[in-house]
Write a protein that binds this ligand. Sequence first.
Ligand code: GLA
Length: 406
Amino acid sequence: MHSLAKSTLFLLLLLAALSAHAQKFEGLATRPPLGWNSWNTFATNINEQLVKDMADLFVSSGLKDAGYEYIVLDDGWMAKERDASGNLIADPVKFPGGMKAVADYVHARGLKFGLYNCAGSKTCAGYPGSRGHEYQDARLYASWGVDFLKYDWCGAGKMNAEEAYTTMRDALYAAKRPMVFSICEWGDNQPWNWATPIGHLWRITGDIANCWNCEEGHGSWSSWGVLRILDMRKGIRKASGPGHWNDFDMMEVGNGMTVSEDRAHFALWSMMASPLIMGNDLRSASKQTLEILGNKEVIAVNQDSLGIQAMRYLDENGDLDVWAKPLSNGDWAICFLNRSETPYQLQFDWSKHRISEDITGRNLQFSDANYQVRDLFQHKNIGTTKVVLNAVVPVHDVIMLRLQKS
Ligand code: GLA
């Protein structure tokens, strides 16, 4: 063969090989995913009506309008055994119309649908896991119209996490339906070091508990309150960004903490650019809960296109934290968090502060510039950075601000 023809052929073969190369679906989570997941409130007590109710409530309560998109069924949606061909089956009692009908119902409301499985042979609640069935399961999810897969790590034994999650990523890619891939190995294998080419979000800790600052022991593992999760992983904020998010776990807003704690929890998850996945029963949610979850000004901070996870700028004796997050249009979000058991009298003289943020390289020097200060929970402008901010931060609460160049 002529050498030119040979090299053209080689190039074509190379291109074909490259385009067949499995990868994650890009462009699916350029902002942190917003949605709802069944686990925190319902555990395995889930069913078709629950999904339909949540989908309807997304629309009627304005949450869809505020940006929430994914409805995700966690553990417990399957029958206890695969069928004779090795296919997963939706539990016929909980989901009598099958899973495709459930996905169709969600899609008909302009929303997206997610499911859960696990890299081990069994899920954490003892249902059939995907080990050895990855490609078969991915094809099934694709045929049902699934848009999001949360993939857990129970029963993983000595499996290598990077390899196991890569296998499932490749299986999803081969099934040809774009799905957000949510890695859930609790931060045990430092996914922030390797998971960017594999998944769109990864849990950074063990499970959340419905409390402010507690550790709940469950024998071999613990679940963690809001402050525990906030504090657990230091130095990983650079790993998070558009398409690859540090996941602080599904929220407990509306599940029984005080309104202050719920507000702080929501503000912090937003500041951290964490996925905002609601974990409460929307059918019985109070007006206050819906106001917190539906706060568009706070959600805008979470969804900012730069996708920078906030940095802890100040830590005043463990009582007050000041968090700062640079935003895409030159604005900043600032969040004062009162961690203590007494109201915190804040007297913040902006002119004495300079915030340097290392991912963007931005410096916020208040002596040089004046910013409008907007309170994102009161929804009003409260002054400028030329005047000292005098305010009380209630116990376990936040004041969350947006600074806008004036
Ligand atoms: C693990 C996960 C949880 C939830 C349960 C389901 O604990 O971390 O988020 O999915 O499994 O069994």
